[in-house]
Ligand binder design. Structure first.
Ligand code: MLT
Length: 269
């Protein structure tokens, strides 16, 4: 059963440009898209933004994760997003995500490619977890249950923000986003990420216009991974956001918004 997600939005229903769906990264939530949502002119005229909080994250903390632990997969998130789009009568949209949000976008593409007018892959990768990464996920699941979201933020934060942007205000913003998620929401995300399939074979089949975007100093999903994705996706363009790490939309919001806006403006009906 898909969960009923809460979401943040801007713009109007039946927007003439179209709908942009942005999926959030881990251990954050949809509030990470605030610079797109709240900056006037961040989206070209006529575009509507919908950014859901996954189960157990941000505004969706009241949404129980009813999928048994051993059956959780990225497909659950994709089904939730699809159900939300159905409820909002959005049939096609530009759909993308950052990091974990990109994994969820791949899962959604796998089940509903026809819904994509365009795709955005920000600071993400198509490969599945390595054995080492899976072992790390298991340790983090334990940590989430034992010490809660703040401990997860402590562990993730140094890898999220690039060296030039380690400012207290940005760190606090990320910490408070992480703190707004439930331990079970975080554990559920880790279980889903560690089981995600290889999306590399999908890349050549992504026929819609695609924006691959990455921070120049991203250590989790480095520019080389983005370059390789662009090479394999037929209609992809690559934007590298300078002086940014894994969350360029928060570290260099203006440059990120320009890249996003340029891409959306290139999409015709
Ligand atoms: C994220 O930013 O969503 C995570 O770093 C993704 C991951 O841990 O694979």
């Amino acid at each position: 059963m898909p969960a009923e997600l809460s979401y943040v939005e801007s713009g109007v229903e039946h927007a003439p440009g179209g709908t942009l769906v942005l999926l959030h990264g881990f251990p954050l939530n949809a509030d990470m898209w605030e610079p797109v949502q709240k900056t006037p002119g961040a989206l070209p005229g006529g575009w509507r933004l919908i950014a859901p909080h996954f189960r157990g994250f941000g505004g969706s903390t009241g949404v129980p994760d009813t999928t048994p632990e051993d059956q959780r997969s990225m497909d659950d998130y994709a089904a939730d997003v699809e159900a939300l789009l159905d409820a909002l009568h959005v049939h096609r949209a530009v759909i993308g995500g950052l990091s974990m949000g990109g994994y969820a976008a791949f899962a959604l593409f796998r089940r509903a490619a026809a819904r994509f007018r365009g795709m955005i892959l920000a600071d993400t990768r198509p490969q599945p977890d390595s054995e080492d990464a899976r072992a790390g996920r298991l340790r983090m699941i334990e940590l989430a249950h034992r010490e809660g979201p703040r401990a997860i933020a402590d562990q993730m934060l140094p890898k999220l923000i690039g060296p030039q942007n380690r400012r207290l205000d940005l760190e606090n913003r990320l910490r408070s986003m992480a703190a707004a998620n439930t331990p079970d929401g975080l554990a559920g995300a880790l279980q889903r990420m560690m089981r995600r399939p290889d999306s590399t074979p999908l890349l050549g089949t992504i026929a819609c216009p695609t924006l691959v975007v990455v921070g120049s100093e991203d250590v989790l999903t480095p520019p080389q991974v983005a370059r390789e994705m662009q090479r394999q996706i037929p209609r992809a363009r690559l934007e590298i956001i300078e002086a940014a790490g894994h969350v360029p939309n928060l570290e260099q919001p203006e440059a990120f918004n320009v890249a996003l806006s340029r891409f959306l403006a290139s999409i015709t009906r």
